[in-house]
Design a protein around this ligand. Structure first.
Ligand code: HEM
Ligand code: MG
Length: 261
C-alpha cells in the first residue's frame, strides 16, 4: 500500500471506529431505534452525537451532544436533561429516551410547529405535513425573523384552539413552545441579528439532519442560559405585540400572498 492510500485507509478506519458523533456521520433510525417529537434531538441521534438508538440517554450524553454539535453550554444542557428525565415513567430516572419525550402533556404539548395535536390524530410525535405547512407559511423571507417565528407559533396556537376540543397548554408547555421557536432561530441562525436562514430551518425539520449541506456551521458563540432567556423574551414580546399583525398576515395568507411553496 502506498503512503497516500495508507493515510486514506487510516482516516476511513478512524471514521468507522469513531463512527458516530460527527456532522459527517448520519444514518436515519433503523429497527429498534426510537425517535421523538424534538427535531433537533432526533437529528443529534441520527448523527450519533446522542446514542443512535435514541434510548438510555444520560446527563453526560446530553451535555456532550449539545456542546459538541451546537455549542450549547453545560448549564442549559443540564437543565434540559432534568426536564427530559421527568418524561421517563420510572421514578428518579437518570436517563430518558427520545420516545419518552413524546408522552403527552409532560413536556410534549399541543400546538407544535411540525406535529399534530395528540387528541386530534393520536400521533403528536411524527412529522405532520399539514402542521408544518401552516408554520412555514409565516416564514415569508429567506431569513426568518423573530416576528415571523412568533407569529407562526401564535397561528399554530390559534389552529389548535379552534380545532382541538381537548386543547390544553400548561405554563410549562407554553414556555417550552416559546423556547423551541427561540431555539430554531438562535441555534440555527445568527444570535446577533436574531434571524435564521429559512433553508437551514426547513432542512432540519424535513431531514432531521444538521443543515451543513446547505451551509450551516456550528456557531462559534457559546449559548448560555442568559442567551436562552433573552431569546425566549424576544419571541414572547414579538408575539405580544403582534395580535394585529397576525390578523393582517391571516388575511394575506387567505389572499394567497404569503409564501407557501
Ligand atoms: C420540540 C425536548 C433540545 C429544538 C421538543 C419537544 C420536546 C423537546 C419534548 C416536543 C414539544 C412539542 O412540540 O410538543 C428537548 C430536550 C432538549 C431539546 C429535552 C435537550 C436536552 C433542543 C435543541 C433545539 C430544539 C437544542 C435546537 C434547535 C426544538 C424545536 C421543537 C422542539 C424547534 C419544536 C418542534 C415542533 O413544534 O414541531 N423538544 N429539546 N430542541 N425542539 Fe427540542
Ligand atoms: Mg406537540
Amino acid at each position: 500500500m502506498n503512503p497516500t492510500s495508507f493515510v486514506a485507509a487510516a482516516i476511513l478506519l478512524a471514521g468507522l471506529v469513531r463512527g458516530q458523533g460527527s456532522v459527517e456521520y448520519w444514518h436515519p433510525p433503523t429497527k429498534g431505534d426510537v425517535r421523538g417529537p424534538c427535531p433537533m434531538l432526533n437529528s443529534l441521534a441520527n448523527h450519533g452525537f446522542l446514542p443512535h438508538s435514541g434510548k438510555g440517554i444520560k446527563l453526560n450524553d446530553t451535555v456532550h451532544a449539545l456542546e459538541a454539535a451546537l455549542n450549547i453550554n453545560q448549564d442549559i444542557a443540564t437543565s434540559l436533561f432534568g426536564f427530559a428525565a421527568t418524561t421517563n415513567p420510572e421514578p428518579n430516572a437518570t436517563e430518558f429516551s427520545l420516545e419518552n419525550l413524546g408522552r403527552h402533556n409532560v413536556l410534549e404539548h399541543d400546538a407544535s410547529l411540525s406535529r399534530a395535536d395528540f387528541d386530534v390524530t393520536g400521533d403528536s410525535v411524527s412529522f405532520n405535513r399539514a402542521a408544518y405547512d401552516e408554520t412555514r407559511k409565516y416564514w415569508t423571507s429567506d431569513s426568518i425573523t423573530v416576528k415571523q417565528a412568533a407569529v407562526a407559533r401564535l397561528a399554530r396556537y390559534n389552529t389548535s384552539q379552534t380545532t382541538n376540543p381537548k386543547y390544553t397548554m400548561s405554563p410549562l408547555g407554553d414556555r417550552f413552545s416559546a423556547g423551541e421557536s427561540a431555539a430554531y432561530l438562535f441555534i440555527l441562525g445568527d444570535i446577533s441579528t436574531a434571524t435564521a436562514p429559512r433553508k437551514f430551518v426547513e432542512y432540519l425539520f424535513l431531514n432531521e439532519r444538521l443543515p451543513t449541506a446547505v451551509g450551516w456551521k456550528k456557531s462559534s458563540h457559546v449559548f448560555t442560559p442568559t442567551d436562552l432567556v433573552t431569546a425566549i423574551d424576544l419571541i414572547y414580546n414579538a408575539t405580544g405585540a403582534s395580535a394585529e399583525d397576525l390578523q393582517k398576515m391571516r388575511a394575506r395568507s387567505r389572499r394567497g400572498e404569503v409564501h407557501g411553496g
